[in-house]
Design a binder for this molecule. Sequence first.
Ligand SMILES: Cc1cc2nc3c(=O)[nH]c(=O)nc-3n(C[C@H](O)[C@H](O)[C@H](O)COP(=O)(O)O)c2cc1C
Length: 157
Amino acid sequence: MVHLLHIDSSPRGARSHSRRLSREFVEAWKQSHPTGSVSYRDLGHNPPPHVDEAWIAAAFTSPEQRTSQMWEAIEISDRLVDEFLTADVYVIGIPMYNFTVPSTLKAYIDQIVRVGRTWLFEPEDAEMPYKTLVHNKKMFVITARGDGGYGSGVSKA
Ligand SMILES: Cc1cc2nc3c(=O)[nH]c(=O)nc-3n(C[C@H](O)[C@H](O)[C@H](O)COP(=O)(O)O)c2cc1C
């Protein structure tokens, strides 16, 4: 059974274009994958924490050597990674904020890009020491940007 993880990152609710579009995508996906399943993560309304010093110390300590405090520091990250790896397909609604993604999405990326869980470091391979552990997934990114005044030749000031 194919599993879709639907992620939104706009802090807006009903007014959000990226939320509307990602919702429409999911509805169409369900029609074409009647046996598929969907889970939902709302980064815009429930932002994940930023990584901090305790997180970094825990993530870069091998599992056998982690203390209980260390496990606690990466508990949210572990849950987000589990959820991420369970999916086969992703759709992410993303507003453009200051020419990049909202910081909530960056915080999420920092939580799920985890050595030993989603990637490996193999220094003996000088050509490509970084190895992904995420294979055969498909990701659809839906972005919304602009507003009145962003048109060609129009000044926002
Ligand atoms: C803090 C902030 C920064 C933004 N920065 C940009 C930008 O750099 N470029 C752009 O084209 N639109 C920018 N926008 C406009 C949003 O991308 C646009 O309103 C989009 O529809 C927001 O997504 P949403 O409708 O899903 O909330 C910005 C909006 C906000 C609130």
